[in-house]
Design a protein around this ligand. Structure first.
Ligand SMILES: *[C@@H]1O[C@H](CO)[C@@H](O)[C@H](O)[C@H]1NC(C)=O
Ligand SMILES: *[C@@H]1O[C@H](CO)[C@@H](O)[C@H](O)[C@H]1NC(C)=O
Length: 403
């Protein structure tokens, strides 16, 4: 008989494992696209694969280099019919084809009247599986037909065994360190450096807070849910989420939401902590990324050293400004109201001079008996014997700056 508790534990472990591993990672190349229901299809392994079409003398032969270019090849040389270099050039097709690729900026000679001097252009319609005429594409794919719409534009039908679509990507979503950046998540996909824990992308011990900004396409923003997080190891790093994104407010392109990550190192470690953040999106793969946090030393309650120094700086600044104001105010008051001039008008000068007077008087009051009575001189000798002579020789008039 199976042990129900053990099975539950195993099940939960497997579930949480798959839950955190399944972030959609940005493909290594720009040779990918999405099918009509936003499932990513990565054709990176097809880059540069060449498909040739023998036109049997009517036209020059044609070659498609996948995600690179389209060209005709003849005795007189190659003619370039456009290059692939942009993600927008690869999209889901309509009706007859599953996807299409567009190629622009081919040879200009003879096609100078093309839009924006784009030169020769091509469109390759991609069919997954079999050509319309029944020709089987096989394992390596083949060109079904080639149609010249003009001297400057060619239409190619290409059949290949397509890659299997991946997860459903929440397209248009970005996460970055600024409202207009996407260092962590671009177009719903996690960027390199944040797809798993990486020391080179880590946050330092003294950084006690990170603000992340999230945007999404406005029409889909209501699908965004409250984020959750997991820290591993699960003890030693205190973490709190706040900000509008933490409450599950809908982000849009024009009004990003902010997710504030407050963290404090409670246990120092050589190996950084791994913080997995997951933002569920109804009907789509969740937005997931990993933050790496160093904890070289333990931080005390209330934000650590950085915040302490900041408070000290603010307080010092307030003190400095208010004492300057007080001083100037007093100076002006004395000149205007009490008609004092020069150094006497400085605030606190009366107090200072009174203090100096008292001190010098006290010095004289003390030194006189020493001069007269030798018994006192002996008693005072443990401290500073020559003080009496100094006190005696001190001039009696008031002098500023004698301290
Ligand atoms: C996109 O791919 C997914 C996953 O294979 C599939 O279920 C869906 O039907 C595809 N959508 C279209 C419009 O082909
Ligand atoms: C995919 O979407 C495009 C535009 O939204 C539409 O024209 C086309 O018919 C769709 N194709 C499929 C196979 O659903």
């Amino acid at each position: 008989m199976h042990h129900p508790t053990l099975l539950t534990v195993l099940g939960v472990a497997v579930l949480s494992q798959t839950l955190w591993v399944a972030s959609v990672v940005l493909p290594i190349s720009n040779c990918y696209t999405f099918n009509n229901s936003s499932h990513i299809v990565d054709f990176s392994s097809w880059i540069g694969k060449t498909f040739e079409y023998d036109a049997k003398g009517v036209n020059p032969d044609l070659a498609v280099r996948f995600c690179k270019d389209v060209e005709t090849r003849s005795q007189t040389g190659y003619v370039d019919f456009g290059r692939y270099d942009n993600l927008n050039y690869f999209a889901a097709g309509s009706g007859q084809s599953d996807f299409f690729q567009r190629f622009y900026n081919g040879d200009l000679s003879g096609c100078e009247l093309s839009y924006d001097k784009m030169g020769r252009t091509a469109q390759v319609n991609i069919i997954c599986g079999t050509c319309p005429n029944g020709q089987f594409a096989g394992q390596h794919g083949c060109i079904c037909s080639v149609t010249y719409e003009s001297n400057c534009r060619v239409l190619v039908e290409l059949a290949i065994p397509c890659e299997k679509p991946g997860p459903r990507v929440f397209q248009g979503c970005t996460v970055g360190f600024h409202p207009r950046s996407w260092e962590l998540v671009y177009n719903g996909m996690t960027q390199f450096g944040f797809q798993k824990s990486r020391k080179e992308f880590s946050f330092q011990t003294e950084q006690s807070q990170v603000a992340l900004y999230m945007t999404a396409v406005a029409s889909l923003s209501s699908l965004v849910q409250k984020p959750s997080f997991k820290v591993s190891p699960n003890k030693g790093l205190e973490l709190k989420l706040s900000g509008s994104a933490a409450n599950g407010e809908p982000p849009t392109t024009l009004s990003p939401t902010v997710l504030i990550v407050d963290w404090r190192c409670e246990v120092a470690r050589d190996v950084p902590y791994e913080v997995d953040l997951s933002i569920p999106v109804v009907g789509y793969e969740p937005i997931q990324f990993v933050l790496t946090k160093m904890c070289e030393y333990k931080q005390n309650q209330g934000g650590g050293t950085t915040r302490g120094w900041a408070t000290f700086g603010v307080l010092s600044c307030i003190f400095f400004v208010s004492s300057t104001l007080f001083c100037c105010g007093g100076f002006i008051y004395k000149i205007r109201v009490e008609n004092q001039r020069g150094i006497d008008a400085l605030p606190g000068m009366t107090i200072l001079s009174a203090f100096l007077e008292t001190v010098s008087q006290a010095g004289r009051g003390y030194s006189r008996p020493v001069e007269q009575n030798s018994a006192f001189a002996n008693e005072a000798s443990w401290e500073r014997p020559p003080v009496s002579s100094q006190g005696a020789s001190r001039p009696t008039e008031r002098k500023y700056g004698s301290i």
